[in-house]
Design a protein around this ligand. Sequence first.
Ligand SMILES: [Zn+2]
Length: 315
Amino acid sequence: MRRVERREMAPEDLEEKGAEELEEAIRHFENDPPNPDSFPFKRYKLKSVKDALERIFHGKCAYCETFYASSQPLDVEHFRPKGAVSGEVGHRGYWWLAADWGNLLPSCIDCNRKRYQVTPKGETSQVRLLDETSGFSAAASVGSGKKDSFPLAPTGSRASSRTDPVAAEKPLLLNPCEDDPEEHLTYFFDREHPVSFVLAKELAGDPDYLGEDGLSLKGATSVHIYGLNRLRLVQARTRLLRRLEFMADLAIDLKQLAETLKENADQEIVRAGYQVDAFGNRTLAELASMCADDQPYSAMARAWMRDFQTRLEIP
Ligand SMILES: [Zn+2]
């Protein structure tokens, strides 16, 4: 997950039709007595909303950075669930935010809908997860997918009506438009056995989101609820990780060969050395392009790049 700036205003028809829908929803939920049925929200699914989210997020899932555009329809996801809140009996969901632009995110099916995914056993325990990087022999199927989940930090206070301030909630889920996921998540790289797990990061400040182990509770909860270590996703990130490692090795080999050739007395060979050096630079440029905002798993690629640059600086 990477931070994304919501750089477009709400689509005009969402503003207009969403406001009409909200009026109807207010009558539905705030009547005396309130209507016990669910409300058929539909404005959040407007084409203009899907198109804008696709542009802002480059066709990627807001949570896991998988390209959904090529493989599956876009789920417009409510960060604060619109119809119910898991574990909160009687809460009717954040229905007043159903067409609120700031509450809408693009999500792949696997991150959004509740389903059983194979994930490494003990994925809530960071230490055990690190011990289990050798594979998925101890894999277990656990429920993941956000659906109606919206857990809060113990210090947060749940908004249950239109007049309650959501600012007091302190959600335990990362929102890529409001949080900096880099503060809460870290990637684990093992060069011997490349496999890409995302883990909760040590958190410096913010006691509201600090777990007992010193790690970000918000990061750990997000990994669990969004299923960021589900098998297929780990495999996809690992394929990218292996490509990055391969190209890095190639770039280093080319640059080293170039240096050797450039020291030769034969001017032809020196010229060849400069050519090889240029190939090395092109390979490095390709590596950098794999970390761009519009690339899949760019947060992991960037973290890997920082790690790679540190490796280059250490002789
Ligand atoms: Zn996803």
